[in-house]
Design a protein around this ligand. Structure first.
Ligand code: IMP
Ligand code: MG
Length: 422
């Protein structure tokens, strides 16, 4: 296996955690390069279900190294909690985890500002995960952020924290929120720092060294293409580059060392949070929620659901340079007699094959649908492509063709073995 970037080709929650876990067999190192603990990657291992937020999904496998690279924003207290949670369930985190000293810290004021900004937006809210992600990346861009490396010197950290807290408390007060007390934050961050110190390193040098030793890297994208800060449905996006380029800036591994981009997409579409979603369909949502599916792994929110949107995935293939596709959750459509796929948008009298860049225009687009006969049979027992019902095979082939990439993996259930490789 070569160096592979895995990205979500829709609005996140495409089932990336499961596909990463599946592909980890052929990788030595799994790298997170953007986002923070807004992510929720669900992996079913044997009888156990794990939800990871910050730690790359490779952590469940022996002999794999997991890297939280420079582009991630890290809430150190949440990261320590995640490490403890894994330990309690028998997963040892030690030399198999590395944390970049350049990764920015999510601070308590980021979470409060996230909440305040959402409150003030009222009905125009983004629907964030309230993990402080936007304000943390905001500080990074404004050059006022604190980084993991700052945690390593208690005295300097205490001074920097004091200064940052003064400014942010003034902002919080002006918004009518309660200011944050200095001492408890200092204590909890220094306690987390003590636990995280053994993992902290220059991950750029480490990754280049690993490549020199012939190791294969797997870049685990978080969120999805249309939550990308530049290419998504702005402002209804997250604050990092969730698309393939983000893996390079977020890790210090240059573009020419990347060999392959895999796009993960559901056999239908979901989205959590506000923003345009032309193929949204309440009946699809009630069906999937009725099956106990499509509730958020991080916030527990019911996800908005709709038909597969090939206009969106076609553009995602372009932005990310997707070579191969992993189509997940095919089994979610097992009981649908007629399945719709959006092949184009209508915006007024215009027919669009790619989404409009203006978010308000995108919200006005009407889907043009093609219809596919359903297979009305369970698919989760299939292990080979030939074992899928013919109508299911035709359906996934059509999704790949409409998106314009090669079909590589079809997932028919959450478990590791419920996977078909083509
Ligand atoms: P934030 O990343 O918490 O600022 O949230 C911004 C938008 O991205 C909201 O619509 C969230 O629901 C969405 N979002 C953030 N992380 C994820 C994720 O891991 N999966 C799906 N949606 C996400
Ligand atoms: Mg998720």
């Amino acid at each position: 296996m070569a160096n592979t970037i895995l990205v979500g080709a829709q609005w996140g929650d495409e089932g990336k955690g499961k596909i990463i876990d599946y592909l980890t067999d052929g990788a030595d190192v799994v790298v997170r390069s953007q986002g923070g603990n807004n992510a929720g990657h669900t992996i079913v291992h044997g009888q156990k279900k794990f939800v990871l937020h910050l730690i790359p999904s490779g952590i469940l496998r022996r002999g794999k190294t997991c890297v939280i690279a420079n582009g991630v924003v890290v809430d150190p207290v949440a990261l320590v909690g995640e490490i403890h949670g894994l330990a309690e369930r028998g997963i040892k985190v030690g030399k198999n985890l590395l944390l970049s000293d350049c990764a920015h810290l999510v601070m308590p004021w980021h979470r409060l500002l996230d909440e305040q900004r959402e409150l003030r937006k009222g009905k125009n809210k983004i629907g964030t995960t309230k993990r402080g992600i936007g304000p943390a990346y905001g500080d990074k861009a404004a050059r006022t952020g604190l980084r993991v490396g700052d945690l390593l010197d208690d005295k300097l950290f205490a001074e920097k924290l004091k200064r940052r807290l003064e400014e942010n408390n003034a902002v919080l007060k002006s918004l009518g929120a309660k200011p944050i007390a200095y001492r408890p934050v200092l204590a909890s961050y220094l306690a987390a720092a003590r636990e995280l110190r053994p993992f902290v390193t220059n991950t750029v040098v480490w990754l280049h060294d690993a490549m020199a030793r012939g190791k294969n890297l797997l870049f685990e994208g978080a969120q999805g293409t249309y939550l990308d800060l530049d290419h998504g449905t702005y402002p209804f996006v997250t604050s990092s580059n969730t698309t393939a380029g983000g893996a390079c800036t977020g890790s210090g591994v240059p573009p020419h060392r990347m060999d392959n981009v895999i796009g993960v997409m559901k056999a239908y579409t979901t989205r959590v949070g506000e923003g345009p979603f032309p193929t949204e369909d309440e009946a699809v949502g009630s069906m999937l929620h009725g099956m106990g599916r499509e509730f958020g792994a991080t916030t527990g929110r019911a996800r908005r659901c709709g038909w597969f949107d090939a206009v969106a995935t076609r553009y995602a293939a372009m932005i990310n340079g997707i070579d191969e596709l992993a189509i997940t959750n095919l089994d979610g459509l097992d009981a649908v007699p007629t399945i719709r796929v959006c092949t184009a948008y209508k915006l007024g009298s215009k027919t669009l094959l790619y989404p409009p860049t203006d978010t308000a225009d995108w919200a006005r687009c009407r889907p043009v649908y093609a219809e596919f006969p359903g297979w009305m049979k369970p698919t989760s027992g299939a292990r080979k492509f030939s074992e899928l019902p013919p109508a299911a095979r035709r359906y996934v082939r059509a999704l790949a063709e409409l998106t314009g990439a090669k079909l590589h993996i079809v997932s028919v259930g959450a478990a590791h073995n419920e996977t078909i490789r083509l």
